[in-house]
Design a protein around this ligand. Structure first.
Ligand code: ATP
Length: 238
């Protein structure tokens, strides 16, 4: 993401990502050659105006969407340009995703959502569902269905699910939008803790608080990424 060459410590790398949308007559180039990397233990904030391509970028990084061109690697494994089922398998093993729309299955209790996310973990998960519930402060809500939770509880449950597989890469889309101060602080602290444990954390955000906790900030504008105060990130790998 900087002029520094990528290293073995890079857990998340994107090279020259393009994403082209066609809807009827309308064509949009949402990503125009975005390259970035996030190292082990690093937190990167991605900022930019509405329509800049932030959600598109995050979806491509998570393997939820396929870039039209370029490559994404998580934990040393290419996740882009694979069938959807393969991407889902790799995501379940290597990636935690915290989405605006929440990452919970509506018909499962919070505890079962966590257990489901732990399914892909090899061996024993680092933390039990109970321990995760406690860590995010909703230990009494494990049996509740997502629709029975308040907004703050829902955010905490989503965080527990995103962390359930101890992901090497944690991707968060506006994780603090519309949260009360306490919940915002908890979410940011846990994202930081995850990075301190060695994950690569990337946060798409408008929040000044989230930007403040980031090690680096990447500005996305009209599908192009630029390290804040730096050069266009597409040059990083040239
Ligand atoms: N499924 C789609 N089909 C067609 N165009 C799309 C699609 N998804 C996004 N776009 C377009 O791609 C561009 C980038 O959208 P994206 O949602 O990634 O921006 P964003 O930076 O996340 O915006 P916001 O901050 O408002 O959420 C926009 O011009 C948008 O209209």
């Amino acid at each position: 993401m900087t002029a520094v060459p990528s290293t073995d410590d890079d857990v998340l790398t994107a090279r020259e990502l393009y994403r082209f949308y066609r809807a009827g007559e309308e064509e949009t180039l949402a990503l125009r050659g975005v390259s970035l990397r996030v190292g082990r233990g690093e937190t990167v904030a991605v900022v930019g105006p509405s329509g800049a391509g932030k959600s598109t970028l995050l979806a491509c990084l998570a393997g939820l969407d396929e870039p039209s061109g370029g490559e994404v690697r998580v934990d040393g494994v290419r996740i882009s340009h694979r069938p959807e089922t393969e991407r889902a398998r790799l995501r379940a093993r290597h990636v935690g995703v915290l989405l605006q729309t929440r990452n919970l299955l509506p018909h499962l209790s919070v505890r079962d959502n966590i257990r489901m996310a732990q399914h892909a973990v090899r061996g024993r998960p680092a933390m039990t569902a109970e321990a995760l519930l406690e860590q995010v402060g909703i230990e009494r809500r494990g049996r509740a269905l997502p629709r029975q939770l308040s907004g703050g509880e829902l955010a905490r449950a989503g965080l527990a699910v995103a962390l359930a597989n101890s992901p090497a890469v944690l991707l968060a889309d506006e994780p603090t939008g519309e949260l009360d101060g306490d919940t915002e602080q908890l979410v940011l602290r846990m994202l930081r803790d995850r990075a301190a444990d060695g994950s690569a954390v990337l946060i798409v955000t408008h929040s000044a608080e989230a930007v403040r906790i980031a090690d680096r900030v990447v500005a996305l504008d009209d599908g192009r990424a630029r390290e804040k105060g730096g050069r266009e990130t597409g040059h990083a790998f040239r």
